[in-house]
Write a protein that binds this ligand. Structure first.
Ligand code: FMN
Length: 202
């Protein structure tokens, strides 16, 4: 089958792209709104882009009523944000925090999460997250009326104790159990890992 994207409706493109390019990592962005309320929401049009400079990228579209997402509003206003990485222990809270709450409601409270102070940015990080990336806005590119590309410069990594070996800087496979986004409400773990060349696990 060959599909020309220009001939497809946007929803069809969306379904195809998010179904084929899987699993995607999830940026669980935490910010504080202008009214002081802590905000967090997941974004899977996300990845790290480079290490020199250390950049991550996030694609943000409007809320269902066409309004700007609170995360984007807060990033625009403060030029800072935190990316919290989602693991098995926090997956349900992440999913719960994706609902479109009003600006005076905190996803932290709704999803039973605690705020922890970040070191270099003014926004809270998610205390329960396995690891957090404190970011300063590097560029904000308006791709279209409905799509903004956020490039964040990663200033600091905070990780739960035991995840990063302080000497080697290796990440513990036993202790870091990230969750990836598939499509719709489907997610995956990274429990089956293997070396190549070699046999694949059953
Ligand atoms: C796993 C997951 C991934 C998501 N990825 C994106 C994304 O890449 N871009 C986006 O604009 N919204 C994405 N969303 C939807 C936002 O999380 C959702 O609209 C949220 O309510 C935005 O909150 P905010 O207005 O507080 O920023 C995703 C939702 C889930 C559950």
């Amino acid at each position: 089958m060959d599909l020309k994207l220009a001939e497809l409706a946007a929803l069809e493109r969306y379904k195809l792209l998010i179904g084929l390019v899987i699993p995607r990592p999830i940026a669980w962005i935490s910010t504080r709104s202008a009214n002081g309320v802590a905000n967090c929401a997941p974004f899977s049009f996300f990845n790290v882009f480079s290490e020199d400079p250390p950049l991550c990228v996030v694609g943000i579209n409007p809320r269902s009523d066409g309004a700007l997402k609170h995360s984007l509003k807060n990033i625009r206003r403060t030029r800072e944000f935190v990316v919290n990485l989602v693991d098995e222990a926090t997956a349900n809270a992440m999913h719960q925090s994706s609902r479109e709450y009003a600006e005076d409601e905190s996803e932290f409270e709704k999803a039973g999460l605690a705020e922890a102070p970040a070191m270099l940015v003014r926004h809270p990080r998610i205390a329960e997250a396995a690891a957090c990336l404190e970011c300063r806005l590097f560029r904000l590119i308006e791709i279209s009326g409905t799509r903004q590309l956020v490039l964040g410069e990663i200033l600091l990594i905070h990780a739960r104790d035991g995840i990063i070996d302080p000497q080697t800087k290796r990440i513990s496979e036993e202790r870091y159990k990230p969750v990836g986004r598939l499509f719709a409400n489907r997610y995956c773990t990274t429990r089956q890992r293997f070396n190549l060349p070699g046999p694949l696990p059953d």
